[in-house]
Structure formats: structure tokens, C-alpha cells
Write a protein that binds this ligand. Structure first.
Ligand code: UDX
Length: 438
């Protein structure tokens, strides 16, 4: 491979992109400003949990195709194509995205870039960012081109989604930029993965539009769950029935505690904020409702727990199954389950949160909460079990066995993944969100 790559930022997106590009045969250098992360990555270890990533990383470091640095100069001088994969979190006190890492990394790279280099944005950004960066680079790094190439990977499937994406989207302003990205993605294009070439704003918008659609789908079915509860209907059956219509499809129709994580919640908010700046806020007022429906799932679950335990949760023992925002991840950012656990603890309950992978991260954010990595230990003397994240192992729990160690056989399935009949037959009082009570 002739093109050499640098990848700026080694979070879920950057670390995966760097390792997977090396897997495709490129020489890659990854950069992070946190020396401990760089050291860990250089020793072949992933600083977070992501299935399959550790093997890909280790294999490519050993093969000499991949290494990591903290030096922008080293990264800029090594690569011809530089992928920007840093975070764009929600600004505190605002819906808008905090763009300091994106502009900071471009500004750190700029003095060391070579004429002919290509900077490729992958971070999720407000529309207009690529044009702004292009303008900056035209002053600070003449002869450097820019492209936008949004990333759609899901945590838990990051390697699979990077090596076998549903589509590739590139926003470009030159034939050279397009040609270079065609070279980078040649192994994927050869597998007939759709490759869409657009302008900058379209590429930027594709990402937020896709995430808004997914968030809307989840909030739609959760709105139906609210109506089902009021009408005594079953949202799981309803979702299955509408999902057979191929125009609707059955994916992303799982009603429950709603969406969380480092992407969907902040992306729809940043999208609303940006639309407002552009004078198009009316177009996205529905996203405010999507956000509200989603947040209501959490307060509704707290209310349900409180109701099931009498009028108050004070001094009640509650075991919360799941700390992460979804299974097969150790990410607790904006986790619905953890949010509910914290609300219950704040209301005076004795809460123990179980998670197979997420307790270390959860403890960093909420150090006063009690955690366990053993379901039985977490459930001893519980007055109620709350199923908040749908890890596969929770479906393997034997309700008869668990029933022997709890104080009261109360369970709330906030993810609609437990076998209601099995739990009921074992003598449990089970409530599932959006499903009939008995
Ligand atoms: C998401 C997008 O899927 C991905 O394309 C984008 O690049 C980043 O944001 P991710 O945050 O990894 O990926 O999680 P995802 O699998 O989309 O789930 C998001 C949240 O929605 C989770 O909290 C999940 O539990 C919830 N969810 C998902 C539901 O509540 N119901 C569903 O039917 C599906």
C-alpha cells in the first residue's frame, strides 16, 4: 500500500478505525493526547471493551503496520491521509456540540502537514464544519485538501461495522480527494459496498439524519408503549406485527428504557441546535419530542419501581441489572439504566448495580453507588430487581434459583427481553414496560 494513514483520536471510533485500516494492509499511526492510552495501545491493549478489537489491534501492532503516538508532528509527517476521529460531546449548558477537540486537532496538525495531504473528518459535526476547516487550512496549510467521511459504527460491532459497513459516504470538493479515498477504501469498494460521493454539507448531514431517524424509531415505539400501557395492550406484539411490513422493518423497534450512549442523545440535540442557527429549527421540532419521549422512559421506570414497592423506595433494596447504555459495551455515557439507578438511590433506596463490563466506568462517574459483577451477590435480599440493560446473561438467569435469595420476588423488565411466563411461573411479580400486567 502506498498511502500512509494517520488517525487522530483513539476513542471507540479512532482506535477501531486505526486498527481496521491496518488490517486492510495500510501503515497507520494513531494519535491520542493521553499518554497512558497511547502506551496501552502500543502494548496491544484496547483501553475500553469492544469485542474483536483487541485481536485486530494486537495482530497489526505485531505485524509492524500500526503504532500510536502523542506527537502531532510525528503523525502529520508520517501520514498522507489524516482521519479526524475525536469526540464532539454535548456542550455543558447547551444543546450544541463542543467542537474544541476537532478544531484543536486540526490546528495542531496544520503546521506539520505537507502539500498534497488529505484531512478527512470522521467525527459527527454540525453541518458547515468541513467548509470552516477548509477555510482555516487554506490559510494555515496551503495545498492540503479536506474531505468528510462520516462513520456509522455501532459500539459492540465496531470492527464488523468498519470492515463491512452498510455504505461509505464521502463528501469531497476535488477529484484528487475522491481518488485518494477510493484508494483507501478499495478493499471495501471491491466487496460492492455502496460508495456515495457527495458535497461537504450532504456528507455531514447524512450522519445526523441517520441517527435522528434511528432515535425517532425508538421513541416512536416507546410512545406506542405508553399508549399500550394505558390501553392494556402489548407493545412487544405490536412491534412484531408492524415490523413485518417491510416498509417499516423490525429493527430498532425494541420498546423499553430508551436510547442512551455517547451518540444518539447528543447528536439529535446538536442537530436541533445547528438547525436553529441555520434558521431551520421548525424542521426539527419533532426531535424535541423524540428526546422528551426518551427521557420520559427513565422517569416512568422510576415511578413504576416506586409504585411496585409501595409509595416509597426509601430503605428498599433494589438490584439493578446493567450499568452500560447497551449490552456488549463498557460504555456508561448517558446510560438509561444507570440514570434510573442513580435516581432511585437519590430517593433513598439501597441500590446495587450489576454489570458484566461496565462497573469500572460507572464507578468513575458515580463513585458512591454500590456495584457488583456477580448477579447473585447483587440480588441478595432484594425487594426488587430492575432489568435495565439487556445483557444476554440476564436471559440465562434461573428465576426459581434467584427467587431463593431475594427478599421479595418483584422484577421489572425495562428492556422487554425476559421470558415473562418463565418468571411468572416461578412465582415472580413481573412488570414489563408497555406490556399487560398479568
Ligand atoms: C449509534 C448508531 O447506531 C450508529 O450508527 C452511530 O454511528 C452511533 O450511534 P450506538 O450508540 O453504538 O450507535 O448504539 P445503538 O446500537 O444505535 O443503540 C443506541 C441506544 O438505543 C442504546 O441505548 C440501545 O439500548 C437503544 N435501543 C436500540 C433501543 O432502546 N431500542 C432499539 O430498538 C434499539
Amino acid at each position: 500500500m502506498t498511502v500512509r494513514l494517520s488517525v487522530i483520536g483513539t476513542g471507540y471510533l479512532g482506535a477501531t478505525h486505526a486498527a481496521c485500516m491496518a488490517e486492510l494492509g495500510f501503515d497507520v499511526i494513531g494519535l491520542d493526547v493521553v499518554p497512558e492510552k497511547v502506551e496501552l495501545l502500543n502494548s496491544g491493549k484496547v483501553p475500553f471493551y469492544e469485542p474483536e478489537l483487541d485481536e485486530v489491534l494486537e495482530r497489526n501492532i505485531k505485524a509492524g503496520r500500526l503504532r500510536f503516538t502523542t506527537s502531532f508532528q510525528e503523525a502529520a509527517e508520517f501520514g498522507d491521509v489524516h482521519f479526524i476521529c475525536v469526540g464532539t460531546p454535548q456542550q455543558s449548558g447547551s444543546y450544541a456540540a463542543d467542537m474544541s477537540q476537532v478544531f484543536g486537532s486540526v490546528r495542531s496538525l496544520a503546521p506539520h502537514l505537507k502539500s498534497g495531504d488529505l484531512v478527512v473528518g470522521k467525527s459527527t459535526v454540525p453541518v458547515g464544519t468541513a467548509t470552516q476547516i477548509a477555510h482555516e487550512l487554506s490559510q494555515s496549510a496551503p495545498g492540503v485538501d479536506i474531505a468528510w467521511n462520516p462513520e456509522f459504527l455501532r459500539e459492540g460491532f465496531a470492527v464488523e461495522d468498519t470492515l463491512n459497513p452498510d455504505r461509505l459516504v464521502i463528501g469531497v470538493r476535488s477529484h484528487e480527494g475522491e481518488a485518494k479515498l477510493r484508494e483507501v477504501y478499495a478493499p471495501l469498494i471491491a466487496k460492492d459496498i455502496p460508495f456515495l460521493v457527495t458535497d461537504f454539507p450532504t456528507a455531514e448531514l447524512v450522519k445526523v439524519a441517520a441517527n435522528s431517524f434511528l432515535a425517532t424509531k425508538i421513541s416512536f415505539i416507546n410512545a406506542m408503549a405508553e399508549v399500550c400501557e394505558a390501553a392494556g395492550a402489548d407493545v412487544v406484539q405490536l412491534a412484531e406485527a408492524i415490523g413485518y411490513d417491510t416498509r417499516i422493518g423490525n429493527r430498532f423497534l425494541a420498546a423499553g428504557l430508551g436510547f442512551g450512549g455517547g451518540c444518539l442523545p447528543k447528536d439529535i440535540r446538536a442537530f436541533m441546535a445547528r438547525a436553529g442557527e441555520l434558521g431551520a429549527e421548525e424542521a426539527l421540532t419533532f426531535l424535541r419530542e423524540v428526546d422528551q419521549i426518551n427521557l420520559r422512559r427513565r422517569s416512568h421506570t422510576v415511578d413504576l419501581v416506586t409504585k411496585e414497592l409501595g409509595a416509597s423506595v426509601r430503605d428498599k433494596n433494589i438490584c439493578v441489572l446493567g450499568a452500560t447504555f447497551k449490552p456488549d459495551s463498557d460504555d456508561v455515557r448517558d446510560s438509561p439504566s444507570l440514570d434510573v439507578a442513580v435516581a432511585l438511590a437519590n430517593a433513598g433506596a439501597n441500590v446495587i448495580v450489576h454489570d458484566p463490563k461496565g462497573t469500572v466506568n460507572a464507578e468513575r462517574v458515580y463513585p458512591t453507588m454500590k456495584y457488583s459483577t456477580d448477579v447473585a451477590a447483587a440480588a441478595v435480599d432484594a425487594d426488587l430487581i430492575l432489568h435495565g440493560t439487556e445483557w444476554a446473561e440476564y436471559r440465562e438467569i434461573d428465576p426459581a434459583e434467584l427467587g431463593k435469595i431475594v427478599r421479595t420476588k418483584n422484577v421489572i423488565d425495562a428492556r422487554n427481553k425476559l421470558d415473562v411466563k418463565l418468571w411468572r411461573d416461578a412465582g415472580w411479580n413481573i412488570r414489563a414496560l408497555g406490556r399487560p400486567t398479568a
